[in-house]
Design a binder for this molecule. Structure first.
Ligand code: GH3
Ligand code: MG
Length: 471
């Protein structure tokens, strides 16, 4: 699917020119000639990016940008200001006022495609995260991540590759206004070594090195896992735009032209640092929301949702490989008495300690989950009924043999569990069936006086692939 670009300008030839360039690069282009029209299209057509003229009669570009930003439905759409203003201070103000980036007229093709591609990539990644988030059942974590513009751009760790002392000094002095750690290197090899041993937020690469090609570092950074995501800002001579195009193809994110304008260098560095931090935050939030969705918040062990997703896959593998998988379903005995006598808080303490004791002494690929209330399951891949009974008996002892410390006056309470064991892996076994069999065995254990282990009678299975007998 090609990205949809909204071009906004009050001058018809400007719109036509930009639209033609973008269409040639296979973007899907829509156009607007004033602020209100642009806002309507933004809401109706949800473009992937907006290229916005600043000077327009009536509502100017700054106002349009602010309105896009203040609407929760459109605030995540990237905006690039296209400005004829020759004063760099005003361009930078455009950035600070809400745009994600800026371009100057007349718009250079390489600059245009570089900015558009990089912002569209970011937006598509965010859309993907939003979608995953909604499938994992967690809503709003990405929304709560705030926006790109709220992200801090200061105190970054920046590495500069430049072998001209004069230029190096200018670049580092400028970047030090915003950033604490501005390091430098004068060869690709040294720069790469540094990048691989540091957590960099930005690498500035000069393409005017005396004896080397900075593009080499560009491609090396992209080929290493550790540096694949670090933003790259190229520094080039005006006449060298072909190598910029090559650099962008290799994965550089943006460029500035010599002689350097300090404010522009700062602004472009800020944009890149912000973008990197924002992406990291999105990823961290997503991973956090995913782990929240799959673990029990009280005890930290896996939850029922995880078991429902994981056990069928384990069982499938067990059937294919002719190896049994065992589950221990266990439930705290007379847990209601703990709650009734000492309160819910003490009950919770007992639940946590039961999870701790169950998690101890397991193999790395075994897992514990809380199915709900005071019912837990331990899943033991590649384990037959004899081994499972041994593990279950050990678990029962670990819980029954030493008192549980609690915050109630009494100081400690005795706790026991009853355990039902079931083993699956026969053709036709299902995870629901396996859990049901363990549940029946658990019921038997309760009936037999509690604090004991009972195996489901159909679990005498050593890896034979016969269909399970009808229940
Ligand atoms: P049995 O030996 O037959 O299993 O008896 P029991 O008392 O353990 O079982 P019952 O089902 O009668 O009571 C379970 C209790 O567990 C009732 C409920 O309030 C309590 N419970 C469920 N979830 C939680 C929780 O998250 N925290 C606390 N503190 N108690 C919980
Ligand atoms: Mg119970």
């Amino acid at each position: 699917m090609s990205a949809r670009v909204l071009v906004v300008d009050d001058v018809l030839p400007n719109v036509k020119l930009l639209a033609a360039k973008l269409t040639r690069e296979y973007f899907d282009v829509i156009t607007a000639y004033n602020g209100p029209e642009a806002l309507e299209l933004v809401r109706k057509e949800s473009p992937d990016i907006v290229l916005l003229d600043v000077m327009m009669p009536g509502m100017d570009g700054f106002e349009v940008c602010e309105k896009i930003r203040s609407d929760p439905d459109t605030m995540h759409i990237p905006v690039v200001m296209v400005t004829a203003l020759s004063d760099v201070a005003d361009r930078v103000r455009g950035l600070e006022a809400g745009a994600d980036d800026f371009l100057t007229k007349p718009v250079n093709d390489i600059a245009l495609f570089a900015r558009v591609r990089s912002l569209v990539r970011l937006k598509m990644m965010m859309d993907e995260w939003r979608m995953r988030e909604s499938t994992s059942g967690q809503f709003g974590v990405i929304e709560r991540s705030g926006t790109l513009r709220n992200e801090s751009f200061e105190r970054a760790r920046v590495l500069v590759l430049e072998d001209s002392l004069l230029d190096l000094e200018k670049i580092t002095e400028t970047l030090k206004r915003d950033h604490d750690h501005v390091m430098s290197a004068n060869t690709c090899a040294k720069a790469l070594e540094r990048a691989l041993s540091d957590d960099l937020d930005l690498v500035v690469i000069s393409l005017t090195l005396m004896n080397e090609d900075g593009l080499r570092l560009c491609s090396q950074l992209r080929s290493h896992e550790r540096t694949r995501q670090v933003p790259i800002l190229l520094v080039v001579d005006e006449g060298d735009l072909n190598r910029v195009a090559k650099g962008l193809e290799l994965g550089a994110n943006d460029y500035v032209i010599k002689p350097l304008d300090r404010n522009e260098l700062l602004a472009r560095a800020r944009t890149q640092v912000r973008r990197k931090r924002y992406q990291e935050r999105l990823r961290a939030n997503y991973e956090h929301s995913l782990s929240m969705a799959l673990t029990d918040s009280l005890t930290g062990v896996f939850n029922r949702r995880y078991v429902n997703a994981h056990l069928p896959r384990l069982l499938e593998r067990a059937i294919d490989s002719h190896k049994p998988v065992a589950i221990l379903l266990f439930d705290i005995d007379h847990f209601k008495v703990v709650n009734d006598s000492f309160g819910h808080t003490v009950g919770d303490e007992v639940l946590k300690e039961v999870s701790n004791r169950a998690s101890r002494n397991l193999r790395t690929f075994d897992l514990v989950a809380r199915l709900g209330g005071e019912e837990f399951v331990v899943i033991l891949p590649d384990t037959d009924v004899e081994a499972a009974m041994t593990v279950a008996e050990r678990l029962r002892n670990q819980i029954a043999n030493s008192m549980f410390k609690v915050s109630a006056d009494i100081g400690e309470v005795p706790v026991t569990v009853s355990i039902g064991v079931a083993v699956g892996g026969r053709l036709g076994d299902s995870s629901e069936g396996l859990i049901r069999r363990a549940d029946e065995a658990l019921y038997e254990a309760k009936r037999s006086g509690r604090n004991c282990v009972i195996a489901d009678p159909r679990s005498d299975f050593q890896g034979v692939t016969a269909p399970a007998p009808a229940p």
